[in-house]
Design a protein around this ligand. Structure first.
Ligand code: ACM
Length: 267
């Protein structure tokens, strides 16, 4: 059995202060020993955009922008993998993305499929489809925040072979922390949901309070680690990702082999 150290860094990014947020992540993660760490959604920019100009000014190229460069250096020094939620600019479009970085640099970028609320004003719907990447000791699947509300997201990643759902988030609704154990149970996968804390209330818009409660969940739906709602927290837990490769519930039932798509007459 080979244990892998996985976890999250839950904190409150400061809106618009990319360098400050990135430097803070580097400072806090530099002493941490881990294999895979997930950061919040839009960790470098903050969440509540109020204009298209603002989104364009704060979004960055991945992997050639400042944030990608800094995270690549951090992963190279530490030898770990990071999943970071970022505003990605590409060919005049902006996406709400999750980028995977490792000791050899940037690996893949997933663009959020299901946009939430006013994200629909600022971001293009993701065009990458769901992505799974094998880091050797585990296969990581990428999804972003509101994607959780669509069971197809976790199912697709699990069917693609993901062992661990890496899930940068900026949750404002209360449901996700108690729903992820079901997503994990029905797909027999691990999940790392990294949420943020604090609140934003910009440009006369409604106050958004982020609910914290980042967590690591097992394929049995057990919450292995959960952060409090308002506290900054780095949490790392040892898991055996190979547990997620066995979809057998008992000697008669295999969660994947027992699926009957011919009976699911919908698109
Ligand atoms: C969300 O998708 N940020 C709720």
């Amino acid at each position: 059995m080979k244990y892998v150290k996985v976890g999250f860094f839950q904190f409150a990014p400061t809106f618009g202060e990319i360098e400050r947020n990135v430097e803070y992540v580097i400072e806090r993660l530099s002493p941490v020993e881990a294999d895979v760490i997930v950061l919040p959604e839009l960790f470098s920019t903050g969440y509540q955009f109020v204009s298209r100009e603002e989104v364009e000014a704060l979004s960055e190229d991945i992997p050639h922008g400042y944030t990608s460069h800094q995270l690549t250096e951090l992963c190279r020094e530490k030898g770990f993998y990071l999943v970071a939620g970022m505003a990605e600019r590409s060919a005049g479009k902006v996406f709400n993305s999750a980028a995977l970085f490792g000791p050899d640099g940037h690996i893949v970028t997933y663009r959020k499929t299901h946009l939430f609320f006013e994200e629909k004003l600022w971001f293009e719907p993701g065009d990458t489809g769901f992505l799974v990447f094998d880091i050797g000791d585990a296969r990581l699947g990428l999804m972003v925040c509101f994607d959780w509300f669509f069971p197809e997201s976790a199912r697709t990643l699990a069917m693609m072979g993901a062992d661990i759902l890496c899930h940068p988030s900026n949750l404002v609704l209360p449901y996700c922390p108690d729903a992820m154990p079901v997503r994990c149970l029905e797909n027999r996968v691990f999940a790392i949901t990294c949420n943020r804390t604090g609140f934003e209330e910009r440009g006369g818009k409604e106050r958004l309070a982020f609910i914290g409660k980042s967590e690591v969940v097992s394929p049995e739906g057990k919450i292995l680690m959960r952060a409090f709602d308002g506290d900054e927290e780095i949490a790392i837990v040892d898991i055996d990702p190979m547990v997620a490769r066995n979809k057998q519930l008992n000697r008669y039932n295999d969660l994947f082999k027992d699926r009957r798509p011919e009976m699911y007459g919908w698109k």
